[in-house]
Design a protein around this ligand. Sequence first.
Ligand SMILES: [Zn+2]
Length: 360
Amino acid sequence: MSGQPLNLEGDIVELTRAICDIESVSGNEKELADAIESALSNYSHLEIIRDGDAIIARTNFGHASRVVIAGHIDTVPVAGNLPVKLLPMEREQVLWGRGTVDMKAGVAVQLKLAATLDKTNTDVTWIFYDHEEVDASLNGLGRISRNRPDLLDASFAVLCEPSYSQVEGGCNGTMRADIITRGLKAHSARAWMGKNAVHAAADILNRLETYETAEVEVDGLVYRESLNAVVIKGGIATNVIPDECTVTVNYRFAPSKSAAEAEAHIREVFEGHEVVITDSAEGARPGLDLPEAAAFVAATGSVPRPKYGWTDVARFSALGIPAVNFGPGDPNKAHSDDENVPVSQIFACEAALRTWLTAS
Ligand SMILES: [Zn+2]
C-alpha cells in the first residue's frame, strides 16, 4: 500500500495493514508521518500541526473539555515480519507482523476516528508521535511537551498502547543500577596474590535469587514489582584474576513509590556493595478514582487492570493529566517476532472509543 494515500474511512483492518506495511522503525518515521499528515489534511474539522515526525490533529468544536488520544507511530526493528498477513489463527482471525500490536492497530483506530468523528462530546487532540521505542531523550511526546506544552493540555488522556482493548491503568516505574564489586588483579597462576571480583558478585546474585517480589495495591489495582539482573560484566583475560565486576539490575517498582524511594530500596537490598543508579523513570498512579477516568471505564465497559510496563502515560501523569492505556493487542506480544493482533480487538477498541466520544 506504500505510496498510495491512506483511506481513513474504510475497513479498519485494511488501514492497520496499510500503516504497518509502511515500515517505520524508530528514526525512519518520515514516510508514515507524511502519509498521516496528508490523509488527515483532507478533513476540515481538524487543525493539523506537525512537529518533526509527530502529527497533531485537533478539533476546535468549542467544548469546555478536551481529551488527548495518543499513539506512537514507530516500531522496533523488523524481524522478517513485514509485509503483514491476515491469518486464521486458532479460533480467530489475526493480523500478523511488525507493528500490529505495538502499536499500529491502535494508531489505525485513532486515524479512523479522527477522520470520521466530526461531532464529539468533547474536543479531541489526536497525537501521532515518533521515537517511542528508543532512548527517552528522543521521545516525540517528550519533545512536544518541551516545544508546545499547550498542545498536551487536556483533562484526560488515552494512550492506545496494547491492552487487550481493556483499560490498563497507570504503570510501574523503572530504575537501572550498576552493582559493582572490586578486587585486585593478579596472574591466575598466582591467584592468591589477587582478589577475585567476579567471585564476589556471587553475593549480589544470591540476594537477587532470594529476593521476594512485592505486590503493591495502588488505587485498587495490584502492581507486581520485580528486581532482576539484566547484564553482568567482568573479566579481563583468561589468565587474569578480574578486579572488577558489574551486575546491572533493573527494578520495576509500583507507581506509589517515588524514584527516591526506589533508589533507597535498591541501596538497602545491596547494602555493603557499591551502587550506581544509571537510569530511572517514575511510574504513574492509575488515577481511576478521578471522574474523567471513571467515566472512561464506564463508557468503554472495561474491567481495569494494572499496566506493568512503563508507558508514556507517566508523562501525562507528571503533567497532572490522568491517563490510561487502552488499545488492541496482547502487550506480551509487543516486540515479539510473531507479533499479531486479533482483528476482533481492533473492532472492539474502535467501537468503545467511538461510544465514549459520542455519548450524550
Ligand atoms: Zn508501544
